[in-house]
Design a protein around this ligand. Structure first.
Ligand SMILES: [Zn+2]
Length: 503
C-alpha cells in the first residue's frame, strides 16, 4: 500500500484529494505497464481518494518516453467521459511507479449534479438551433464538425455538455473547441487551439520626424538614408498564424501584391524594402485594436476584433483609403511621396474609418458626418501616438507623410488644435471641416484625461447614425460621459461645444 507520508503530495484542499504524488518509491511491478498501473490503482484506490468505481476509470492508452511509460485512464459516468478527469500513472523502465496524477471528480459531486439518470442523446430542437447559430458566428468552416457528448466539471459546475470541435478559415483561421450546455445550449467555454507565433519586425513609432525630433527630413526617394537609421524600433509582431505571412487575429496583409513571407517569422527590414510598410500596417493596427480592447471594447462589445484586410502598396498615388463596400471593408495604402505605410498616423487614420464603419455600417452619408469621420480618425491617431511626441508635436498629425508633399515638404498633414469656429468656418471639404471636430475631441481629451476620453469618444459613436452631424456628435459625447462617468463633466463638455458654436 502506498504511504503518502513518504511521498511528495500536492493536495486539492477543497476536495481533500491528492492531485499529484511524486517521489513514490514502489517496488518494481510485473507485467505490461498497463497491468502494473491497473494493479496499483486497485490496491491504492482509497489512498488516492478515487471514489469512482474502477470500472468507470477506463484505460485509454500507454505512451512511451525515453525514461519510461505514462499509462492514462479516463473517468466516465454512465458511459459518458468527464472532461479533464484523468488518472496518469508514470512508470520508469525498471517497472517502478514514480509519479501519479489524479484529476478524478468525486462521485458525490457527480451524483449531486445528476440526481436522476442523464437522459440519453435527446437534444432539444430549440437547443440544437441555438448551438448551430453560435457555431455559424465563427465563420466559414475549414473542417467537419466533431461532436462529443461529455460531462463538464469545471468552474464549480458539473453539467452534461456537447464538446464541439472544428476549424475555420474566415474571418479568421482558428481551431476551435467549444463546450455547450446540453440543456440550454449556452456556450460554457471557448478555446482556440491554433498555434500562433510572435514574429519580429522593425517599425517607425509613429514616424521619423517624431522619433528624431527633426523638421528637416525629406523622403529621399524611398531610400534608407543614414539619417533615419536611429528611427527604427524593433518590435514583436503578435499572434501571427502559421502561414508565414503577416496574418493574425486583427490584421491580414493578404491584399498586398508580392506580400512578405518568412518561414521563421523574421520581418526585420528597412523602408527601402517594400515589406517594411506591410510590417508597419500589421504592427500598428494590431496595437491599436489591443488598446481599444483594453478600454473595455472586447468580447461582446468588441469592435472589428477580426482581421482587417490590408494592401500596403495598393496605389502609386499619395493617397490611402478604407473601402466600406459590402464584402470588401478593406484598407489600402498608397506609395506616392512618403509611402503612407511609413507613417503610422496615416495607418491608424484609415483604421479609424474602419472602426466607425464597424460600429455604424455606412457611416458618413452627410457632409458633417464625413467631417466627423475624418475628425475622429485624426483624433484616434493623434491620441494614440501622443505619448511618443515632444509637446509641440502632439497636435501635429502625420508629420513624416507631409515631408513628401510637393517635393519640398510641409509641416504636417493636419492639426488637432484648430481654432476654427462652427458653422461660419466650414468649407465643405471633409478633411478641413474634420479639423473642427478633431479639435473638439482633443479638448475633450484634455478635460477628461486620455483613457477616459478615448473610451467615451468611442462609446459615443454607438449613439450616432449614418447621417449624424456635429450637434449629434456633441450630444453623443455628452451622453456617453453621463453613462460612463456619471455626468461629472456634463457642464464643462457643454461649454466646450458651445464655445465652438456646435450646441
Ligand atoms: Zn480619412
Amino acid at each position: 500500500m502506498l504511504n503518502l507520508n513518504s511521498c511528495k503530495v500536492r493536495w486539492d484542499k477543497n476536495n481533500q484529494i491528492p492531485r499529484m504524488i511524486s517521489n513514490i518509491e514502489e517496488k518494481p511491478g510485473h507485467g505490461t505497464p498497463r497491468k502494473i498501473a491497473q494493479d496499483f490503482l486497485h490496491e491504492n484506490k482509497d489512498v488516492l481518494k478515487i471514489s469512482a468505481p474502477l470500472s468507470d476509470l477506463r484505460y485509454e492508452r500507454t505512451v512511451e518516453s525515453l525514461a519510461g511509460f505514462t499509462v492514462l485512464f479516463q473517468q466516465y459516468y454512465e458511459n459518458m467521459p468527464i472532461n479533464g478527469a484523468w488518472v496518469a500513472v508514470h512508470i520508469d523502465k525498471k517497472n517502478r511507479i514514480f509519479m501519479v496524477k489524479n484529476d478524478t471528480v468525486p462521485m458525490e459531486r457527480i451524483e449531486e449534479a445528476f440526481p436522476r439518470r442523464i437522459p440519453a442523446d435527446t437534444l432539444d430542437e430549440a437547443v440544437e438551433t441555438v448551438i448551430a447559430d453560435t457555431i455559424s458566428e465563427y465563420g466559414e468552416l475549414d473542417s467537419d464538425l466533431f461532436r462529443e457528448e461529455m460531462i463538464y466539471a469545471k468552474q464549480g459546475h458539473i453539467r452534461a455538455v456537447w464538446k464541439v470541435k472544428f476549424s475555420t478559415k474566415y474571418p479568421r483561421k482558428g481551431s476551435w473547441i467549444l463546450f455547450f450546455d446540453r440543456n440550454t445550449g449556452s456556450l460554457l467555454e471557448e478555446r482556440d487551439m491554433l498555434w500562433k507565433v510572435h514574429g519580429k519586425g522593425k517599425v517607425f513609432k509613429p514616424n521619423p520626424v517624431v522619433t528624431l525630433n527633426r523638421d528637416d527630413l525629406l523622403d529621399y526617394a524611398d531610400t534608407n538614408d543614414v539619417i533615419l537609421s536611429k528611427a527604427y524600433k524593433t518590435v514583436v509582431l503578435k499572434d501571427l498564424d502559421q502561414s508565414g505571412f503577416l496574418a493574425g487575429p486583427y490584421v491580414d496583409t493578404v491584399n498586398t501584391e508580392n506580400r512578405a513571407s518568412s518561414p521563421c517569422f523574421d520581418f526585420k527590414c528597412t523602408r527601402d524594402d517594400d515589406r517594411f510598410e506591410e510590417v508597419m500596417a500589421y504592427y500598428h493596427i494590431d496595437s491599436v485594436q489591443r488598446y481599444i480592447q483594453s478600454l473595455g471594447f472586447r468580447n461582446g462589445t468588441s469592435i472589428l476584433a477580426h482581421p482587417v484586410k490590408v494592401n500596403a502598396h495598393g496605389s502609386p498615388e499619395d493617397q490611402s483609403w478604407f473601402d466600406p463596400t459590402t464584402g470588401k471593408k478593406d484598407i489600402t495604402y498608397g506609395s506616392g511621396g512618403v509611402d503612407d505605410g511609413e507613417d503610422a498616423e496615416i495607418i491608424i487614420h484609415e483604421y479609424g474609418h474602419a472602426l466607425m464603419d464597424a460600429i455604424i455600417p455606412g457611416f458618413g452619408q452627410s457632409g458633417e458626418a464625413e467631417a466627423i469621420g475624418e475628425g475622429f480618425s485624426d483624433y484616434l491617431a493623434g491620441s494614440f501616438f501622443a505619448k511618443y511626441k515632444k509637446s509641440d508635436r502632439k497636435i501635429k498629425l502625420a508629420e513624416w507623410d507631409a515631408k513628401g508633399y510637393s517635393g519640398r515638404g510641409e509641416e504636417c498633414l493636419r492639426r488637432l488644435d484648430s481654432r476654427k469656429h462652427y458653422p461660419e468656418e466650414m468649407t465643405g471639404e471633409c478633411h478641413e471641416d474634420g479639423e473642427i471636430w478633431s479639435a473638439c475631441l482633443w479638448e475633450v481629451r484634455t478635460l477628461l484625461g486620455i483613457k477616459k476620453a478615448d473610451t467615451i469618444i468611442i462609446e459615443s459613436i454607438f449613439y450616432l447614425n449614418q447621417y449624424s452631424g456635429f450637434k449629434d456628435g456633441a450630444l453623443a459625447v455628452i451622453q456617453a460621459e453621463k453613462n460612463l462617468n456619471g455626468g461629472k463633466k456634463t457642464r464643462k463638455l457643454e461649454k466646450l461645444f458651445r464655445e465652438r458654436g456646435i450646441v
